[in-house]
Structure formats: C-alpha cells, structure tokens
Design a binder for this molecule. Structure first.
Ligand code: FAD
Length: 453
C-alpha cells in the first residue's frame, strides 16, 4: 500500500488499540500507534488492574477479623498507604513495559504523542511536530472521567484517575455516584479504613443490574459501615479550615478530606479532529460505528470505550481483535455483545451474566426465578454477618437459563464460568443434573429448588 506512511495508524494505546495494532502487524500491516499518556491505557494504568490490587489490600481487614474465630491471635494490624501505592506502582510499570515490549515484538512503531486527525487519512503527531498518513485509522482513545462542571467547587474534588496517587489515605471520603466505579471505590476505601459516605441521586445503586442484588449489596455496604445516601445530590463543595464541606440537596453538610466524583465517563473525542474527517459522533461524543467497528467515514474505525458500546476491557480487546482480523486477516468478524459477564469488585463481590429479572420479564412470557440466600460456611466460625445471594432467571417456556447473578465471595470468578454455560444454552435441568462440589458456595447453582415465581 505504497503512498501512505502506514497501512494502519492506531490512536490510543489502551486495551482495544494495543490488541488491534498487534494483530494487524502480525498480519503484515505496517502499523503505527500513538499514546499520549502511558501504554496499557485505562485498564492497566488507572482502572481494572490497580483498582483490583487496592481491592485485595482492602479485604485483609476482614481476614484479620475473621481469623480469631478460627483460633488465630492476630496483633492489631496497621496499614501503610504509601507502601501499598509504591508496590502497586511497581507492578503497573512492569505491565506497562510488557505492553510496550509486545507491541515492539509484533513490529508496531510506537509514538509517544497525542495524535489528531487533520483529514480522513492524515494525522498530526502533536508532540513530534509532524504529520503522517495512513490508509486506515483506528480511533481507540477511550473515555475520561466526567467532572460535574456545574457543581460549585467541583475543582476541589478528585476522580478515579487521581485516587491511585493520593499522598495519603483520606480519613473521611465522600464518593459521589452509584455506578460500579463509585461502589467499588466506596467499598475498597472503607475496607482500608476511610470513613466513607456514598451519595447517589438515584433510588438504588448500580442501575442496570438485577434489583435483588442491587438491594442486597447496598444493605451489605450499610451493614459494613458505609453510609449510603440515596436520592440526593451534592449542591456544592467548599474548603474549610480542616475539611472539605459537601452541601447536599437534603440540606446536610458533610465534612471530608477528599470528595471522589464517580459520575460517569465521557468518550475522548474532543479536539481529535474527527469532524474534519466527516466522522459522525453520537450525542455523548462517542464515535458511531457499525457491528464491524466502521465509522461513517470509509477507512476510519473505532473500538473500545470511545464507541460507548460495552465499556469493559474484554469488549475493547475483542473489538480490536475483530477489527484487525476483518481488515487485515481476511476474516470479517462482528463482535457479539450479548451475554457479557461482569464483576463488580465490591466487598461483598457481585458477579453477573445474562438478563436481569426485570429484563427477562420484559422479553419473555413466562419467567421462573430461583434464589438461594445463605450464610457461607466460613461465616459460622468467623462470626461475620456476610450472606451470599445467588439468583437464576429461567425462561419458563424453554427451561433455558437467561441470567445468573451472585453476591458473595468470588462472584466475579463464578460469573466467568457461568457465562460459558449460558453461551452453550444451559437449561435449569442441565444444572439439576450436574453433580455438586461439596462443601462450596457454588454447589447452590446445581441444587436450587423452587421456583420462587
Ligand atoms: P483506554 O484503555 O482508555 O485507552 C485509551 C488510550 O488512548 C489512553 O491510554 C489514552 O491516554 C489514549 N489517548 C486518548 N486520546 C489520545 C490521543 N488523541 N492521542 C494519543 N493517545 C490518546 N473494565 C473491566 O472490564 N473490568 C474492570 O474491573 C474495570 N475497572 C475499571 C475501573 C476504573 C476505575 C475505570 C476507569 C475503568 C474500569 N474498567 C474496567 C473499564 C476499562 O478500563 C475500559 O473499558 C478499557 O480500558 C477500555 O479500553 P480502550 O482501549 O477503549 O480505552
């Protein structure tokens, strides 16, 4: 493809962009990639991975507490935020290095710069002060946290990007938001020792998840000592002598050392020059694409969060892979966004795949619900108040399992395995015919009696 500097130029070195670049280069495409921050993107640098490391850290408090019931005498534990952040930083730097090395090994040319489009096949590499041309361009610029610009004092608040580099663990934190990022940070900060208040405008946390699990998680969070304030908005943030003050719409004032805004993420398309190339954007600024990640402009594609389809790492990776296979591997591949399993790494953890009860009732005539709620074996000796909730949503007409939802330890791991079964069309009768692993919590999936409704 002479005449162009590259066969493919990828803007953004996160989950989707890196996968697409590596696979395309593997097919022999001359590939360049620009990253304005750090290779690895949100997931590796300021998302899934560092968050999960902090989640692990936060759960030791429970383990120390539980140990006494099993005969252990643990001296009072102390926690060192600086040590945790420094260990986390080392691991993230190692992963970043692996991402870069894998790109180089695949033959991709790395550009450490912001890139912008100046036409359908021309890009400006801002920090290199030059332009390059490419036959195909892939936009994989992800999303960035929203900041509530209309909230007076919002500049005093932090976002999830900042939390990983705070100089100290806040003694008191107000988390604004009710999505998965907000509840995960509320739980992990509480576990590490912050006095935590979650403020959310909706009437229940985790919109879009199964209602029983939403309620059960919120109750568990409250029992663990997190204050959850629903149907309430922050009206302003101001700095006092020794605290930030958050004014709430219910008239209350909360003192905090940090205020974390986790109120959504905006596709990173501002200033990217997409309009100059005629690329159609959605109202939220996302790049509009078809099932094969093609934008409205021939030769320009987009994958990952910037398309605002399913904003999760595995979806971005799968979309990047499918794009490269379609365009350079001669295997047109559309990504199936149905049955996306997901974990919410709160404590207790939530794992889910398939339809919620409400979604199933909208789409199917007869829906059967099987539920099991119990105290896990470990809690009998530890004395923990923790409970496990498992729920199956079954199509009454076909016996097919439409959704499986769990709140409890390792629910994310469980959701991954259940996703395979659901993809294969598992029925309730198949689950009933499966032998249990005893004693586990997971055996409830194959021993549930019912239905409840
Ligand atoms: P990104 O990974 O965001 O990569 C985009 C990259 O493009 C960035 O590195 C950015 O610097 C770069 N960039 C932007 N503009 C330009 C430009 N003009 N020029 C050059 N480079 C540019 N997902 C899960 O599946 N599980 C989780 O547990 C999970 N936890 C999360 C926790 C948090 C706190 C956050 C914020 C997200 C989490 N996610 C999780 C979501 C996940 O991180 C994203 O879905 C995923 O990273 C999307 O990948 P992407 O390639 O689309 O974008």
């Amino acid at each position: 493809m002479a005449g162009y500097d590259y066969d493919l130029f990828v803007i953004g070195g996160g989950s989707g962009g890196v996968r697409a670049a590596r696979i395309a280069a593997g097919f022999g495409a001359r590939t360049g990639i620009a990253e304005s921050s750090r290779f690895g993107g949100t997931c590796v640098i300021r998302g899934c991975v560092p968050k999960k490391l902090l989640v692990y850290a936060s759960r030791f408090a429970d383990e120390f507490g539980d140990a006494a019931g099993f005969g252990w005498r643990v001296p009072p534990a102390t926690f060192d935020w600086t040590a945790l952040i420094s260990a986390k930083d080392q691991e993230i730097a190692r992963l970043e290095g692996i991402y870069e090395a894998n790109l180089l090994k695949a033959g991709v040319t790395l550009h450490r710069t912001r890139a912008e489009l100046v036409g359908p096949q021309t890009l400006r590499l801002v920090d290199e002060g030059r332009t390059v041309t490419a036959e195909r361009i892939l936009v994989a610029t992800g999303c960035r946290p929203q900041r509530m610009p209309d909230l007076p004092g919002s500049e005093l608040a932090i976002t999830s990007d900042d939390i990983f580099h705070l100089p100290r663990l806040p003694e008191r934190i107000v988390v604004v938001g009710g999505g998965y990022i907000a509840v995960e940070f509320a739980c992990l900060l509480h576990g590490l020792g912050s006095r935590t208040t979650l403020v959310y405008r909706g009437d229940e946390i985790l919109r879009g998840f199964d209602d029983d699990l939403r309620r059960a998680l919120r109750t568990a969070m409250q029992q663990r000592g997190i204050e959850v304030v629903l149907q309430c908005l922050p009206r302003g943030i101001s700095r006092g002598a020794d605290a930030l003050w958050v004014e709430l719409s219910d008239g209350r004032r909360l003192a905090a050392d940090q205020v974390l805004l986790a109120v959504g993420r905006t596709p990173s398309t501002a200033g990217l020059g997409l309009e100059s190339a005629g690329v159609e954007l959605g109202r939220d600024g996302s790049v509009r694409v078809d099932a094969c990640s093609r934008s409205s402009t021939p030769g320009i594609f987009a994958v990952g969060d910037v398309t605002n389809r399913v904003n999760l790492t595995p979806a971005a990776i799968r979309e990047g892979q499918a794009f490269a296979e379609s365009e350079f591997g001669g295997r047109p591949t559309a990504v199936d966004h149905a049955l996306v399993p997901t974990g919410v790494f709160t404590t207790p953890e939530l794992g889910t795949v398939g339809l919620t009860e409400a979604q199933a009732r909208e789409r199917h005539g007869q829906v059967l619900i099987y539920k099991s709620e119990f105290r896990p074996l470990k809690a009998t000796l530890s004395g923990s108040r923790e409970r496990v909730l498992m729920k199956l949503v079954v199509d009454g007409a076909t016996d097919r399992v439409l959704g499986a939802h769990m709140l409890g330890a390792d629910a994310g791991e469980t959701a991954q395995l259940l996703a395979i079964a659901l993809r294969l069309g598992v029925t309730k009768a198949d689950l009933d015919a499966t032998l249990a692993v005893h004693p586990t919590a997971a055996e409830e999936w194959v021993t549930m009696k019912g239905p409840m409704a």
